[in-house]
Design a protein around this ligand. Structure first.
Ligand code: PEP
Ligand code: MG
Length: 560
């Protein structure tokens, strides 16, 4: 950044230059957002509005002015030091979401500085590759979403990053754009990769090969071709029910975060939504207090997915998901703290707006409501009590909604699994949230790589809990779904089926392999597998048996 000295009387002109550069940056961000609207849907591009607010923050411009007054330096230098100090502060925050926004702020700061200096800010065009391959893997420390968003998804084959996380906006955008991304790769491995190097990666397995030999290349080509065949097969069969060889039908549905994904799910996969994680709407900028916006988002989802159903899970914030619009206090153990239904019950004002918006959307298609992280009967009763109050309000206001709407809850806390009998009396269905059920049962932080060896979905205790929950539901003539990541891992499909779980909700990419497994097996084989698993003493034994089973019935799905 140019190290210019200025006079005090130059400050207003310098501030005016900053104002123009900020306005230009805002319009560039708006253009990027416009370009992406079609691909991502309007709500997904809401995050750009957040960026516009970030660079227009009066506290930031104030700091720039004060720095210039104190140090009599040019606006570029003053601005970049202000951005540094804001970003450093953000990077120290406990809130993971805000920490991740520090990288965005630096990216935006760079854009403003480039505009101040009149330097072209467009993403460099990816050059045509000399070896005949016209797709590139973008390798970077951390890719700001504003850059990722402007990449040509036809030319970018994948992202490989040392930074990022499952919840970063770059990961969200990459997934929405259909670009495979591997995040949190050790930086020392990435640093040695030079421009133009051939890299092969498998977003499914997380494998990365730098300068792969011909064997690896043909193996990856084979995997890609096999995935395409699997997908074609899946599409060809998607008009028929997904059922086992002996006619047991399963219902496959999708987990989605945003209404725009719902459209893809409906058009491409022809399935309903078994888990709509509503909190992502608010993480991307929608106001928790705006009933109309929420209603429109829910209604467009419901209409896109018609005639299938959508399960809207009420807000699940806390844990590792925070909202900048709420000043949530720091907690020592956020996963065990003010999360999900606990938060909603503590803020009935916010909870009621969400329930009202969902109920209103239920007049436009098949809607179900699900409460997350229930751990006591009182919580469930309070949640249902508030739902009934909101229904009364709607009746009084003459606003239509589905009076017979299904209500369920997640089973993701061991206490809820053990109290299934008492909970079920108030509900139509359960959804097994194995991501958290494993975390809370085995006391293993689901996002801590150091203890990932203990993160065992096939642990016999988990299988037993699932069995007992299903038993209760069946006795009450109700149904059970599973929406944790386990549902999309075809290794466990026979086990899930054998347990009697009727609905499997997963990331849409998993639908082809899971449906293939179901179509290749018989129910009694799946039940035998469950009997075996229940006798096992360790997750490893269960996993080995599941692998043998999968190899015997779907060898093409077993890699390695
Ligand atoms: C789960 O816990 O399994 C689940 C689906 O919820 P989330 O991953 O959003 O916590
Ligand atoms: Mg969960």
């Amino acid at each position: 950044m140019p190290d210019r000295k200025i006079k005090r009387e130059d400050i207003p002109a310098e501030m005016e230059r900053l104002h123009r550069a900020v306005e230009l940056s805002k319009s560039q961000i708006r253009d990027a957002s416009e370009n992406l609207k079609e691909a991502l849907g309007p709500s997904q591009t809401d995050l750009f509005e957040g960026y516009i607010l970030l660079i227009g923050d009066p506290a930031l411009t104030d700091l720039v002015r004060r720095t210039m007054e104190r140090e009599l330096i040019g606006v570029e230098k003053a601005f970049s030091s202000a951005i540094d100090s804001f970003a450093n502060e953000m990077a120290q925050l406990k809130d993971e979401y805000m920490r991740e926004r520090a990288a965005d702020l630096r990216d935006l700061g760079e854009r403003v500085c480039r505009n101040l200096l009149g330097v072209e800010v467009d993403i460099p065009l990816l050059p045509t590759n000399s070896n005949g391959c016209d797709q590139w893997i973008v390798i970077t420390d951390d890719l700001p979403p504003s850059v990722a968003a402007r990449m040509d998804s036809k030319r970018v084959a994948a992202f490989l990053m040392s930074g990022g996380s499952r919840t970063s906006h770059t990961a969200i955008l990459a997934r929405a754009l259909g670009i495979p991304a591997i995040v949190a790769v050790e930086k020392r491995f990435l640093d040695v990769v030079e421009d133009g190097t051939l890299v092969a990666l498998d977003g499914g397995t997380g494998e990365v090969f730098v300068e792969p030999n011909s064997e690896v290349i043909s193996e990856f080509d084979r995997r890609r071709a096999a995935a395409a065949v699997l997908f074609d097969h899946y599409l060809a069969e998607s008009k028929h029910p997904v059922e086992t060889l002996d006619g047991y039908q399963a219902c496959l549905v999708a987990n989605v975060e945003l209404p725009s994904e719902a459209l893809t799910v409906a058009q491409k996969h022809n399935v309903g939504i078994g888990l709509f994680r509503t909190e992502f709407l608010f993480i991307n900028g929608m106001s928790l207090f705006n009933e109309e916006d929420q209603f429109n988002a829910y209604r467009s989802t419901v209409e896109a997915v018609k005639p299938y159903s959508v399960i809207f899970r009420t807000l699940d914030i806390g844990g590792d998901k925070f909202l900048s619009q709420l000043k949530m206090p720091h907690e020592l153990n956020p996963f065990m703290g003010m999360r999900a239904i606990r938060f909603s019950l503590s803020r009935p004002d916010i909870f009621k707006i969400q329930l009202r918006a969902i109920l209103r959307a239920s007049a436009y298609g098949k809607v179900r409501i699900m409460f997350p992280m229930i751990s006591t009967l009182e919580e469930l009763e309070s949640a249902i009590g508030i739902l009934e109050e909101v229904k009364d309000d709607l009746r009084r206001d003459g606003i239509p909604f589905n009076e017979r709407l299904d209500v369920g809850c997640m089973i993701e806390v061991p206490a809820a699994a053990l109290m299934a009998e008492q909970l079920m009396r108030h509900l139509t269905f359960f959804s097994l949230g194995t991501n958290d059920l494993v975390q809370y049962s085995l006391a293993v932080d689901r996002s801590n790589p150091r203890i990932s060896y203990l993160y065992q979905p096939a642990h016999p205790s988990i299988i037993r809990m699932m069995r007992d929950v299903v038993k209760v539901a069946i006795e009450h003539g109700k149904w059970v779904s599973i929406c944790g990541e386990m549902a999309g891992d075809c290794l466990y499909t026979p086990l899930i089926l054998g347990l009697g779980i009727q609905e499997l909700s997963m990331s849409p990419v998993a639908l082809p392999s899971v449906s293939m497994v179901i179509r290749r097996i018989r129910m009694h084989q799946a039940e035998d597998l469950v009997d075996y698993a229940l006798q096992c003493g360790s997750a490893r034994e269960v996993q080995d048996e599941c692998k043998r089973f999968l190899r015997a019935h779907c060898p093409e799905l077993v890699i390695g």
